[in-house]
Design a protein around this ligand. Structure first.
Ligand SMILES: [Zn+2]
Length: 310
């Protein structure tokens, strides 16, 4: 470990580059011949009022009348990524893309990967197979028409693909996606399958389609969250720094980090009528996220899903 870190520091002069992640930087790093994979940095592009935890408090029919904050927050994230010379994957709602064409142009124009987060954040396990196919097809077409690039990846709202949706991954493949990142193998009240796979796997024996679960840390015989989201705000940053180093060293697999644009926005209006637990999860430590992202981008090397996995 010590030697690996020392070698890493010699190579790129950045402190704390953990073994298990390769040298900086985004696209240039991905092109190097290396046995150490880059990690994948992902952003689920949605408004602060579109999260599953607020579904009951904010009906979809109200969305249009609520003030949009997503473009300003994505803009700050794009500036941050540019400063760290890092590319990322933006899993974007079709509903949001339609209303922010300039944001889509900037994401693609700055070399990031545009991917699908479905049209309007309906969890997959609440849809029929037919409705899901329609949603997947419609969103892919919107994103591709707007961006002029092929959309390869899909992430389900609230990681809602699992045992109850055996038709979901076949439909994603049939509709032309090459990978999904829609599962997380932890026990959680809203999502997750603690018995699920921890690392990227091919669900179909005759096809290269990949399911890439969000990163977890295996400790004391359990899978613990280590993929970002609310946990990145609720737990100390040192946990993630230690965890990503450990996972990279032990598995040799890329880690996957995810966040939402609203997580760097402490000024966002509070949603009235949401459950207390949802409010605590959503609003805790919003003011700390941005500085933690600076540390994360400094301490490890990141790129898009497509570059890390395809
Ligand atoms: Zn989402």
């Amino acid at each position: 470990m010590t030697q690996a870190l020392a070698r890493s520091e010699d190579r790129d002069g950045l402190p704390g580059k953990a073994d298990g992640v390769s040298s900086q930087d985004g696209m240039r790093g991905a092109e190097k011949a290396t046995s150490k994979p880059l990690n994948a940095f992902t952003i689920d592009v949605e408004e602060h009022f579109q999260v599953s935890a607020f579904e009951a408090a904010v009906p979809r029919s109200d969305w249009e009348g609520l003030g949009s904050r997503v473009e300003d927050n994505v803009s700050r994230l794009l500036d941050l990524l540019a400063r760290h010379e890092t590319t990322a994957t933006f899993f974007t709602l079709g509903w949001v893309a339609e209303r922010h064409p300039e944001m889509i142009r900037r994401i693609v124009g700055e070399g990031h990967e545009l991917a699908s987060h479905g049209y309007s954040h309906v969890r997959v396990n609440t849809q029929s197979a037919e409705a899901f196919r329609e949603d997947v097809r419609k969103t892919k077409a919107i994103l591709e028409d707007m961006s002029g690039v092929r959309v390869l990846g899909y992430r389900a709202a609230s990681f809602s693909i699992g045992h109850s949706t055996p038709w979901a991954l076949p439909i994603l493949r049939e509709e032309g996606h090459l990978y999904s990142s829609s599962t997380v193998p932890i026990a959680h009240d809203l999502y997750g399958d603690p018995d699920g796979q921890r690392f990227a796997y091919k669900p179909f024996p005759d096809d290269d389609f990949l399911e890439v679960p969000v990163t977890t840390l295996r400790l004391f015989g359990r899978n613990l969250p280590c993929g970002g989201g609310g946990f990145f705000r609720l737990l100390p940053y040192a946990y993630f720094r230690w965890g990503y180093g450990k996972i990279g060293r032990e598995s040799g697999e890329p880690c996957i980090f995810y966040l939402h644009p609203w997580e760097i926005d402490p000024e966002q209006p509070r949603i009235a009528g949401a459950a207390l637990k949802s409010r605590i999860r959503h609003y805790t430590n919003l003011g700390r996220t941005f500085n933690r992202l600076e540390s994360l981008l400094r301490d490890f090397s990141w790129t898009s899903m497509a570059r890390a996995f395809l």
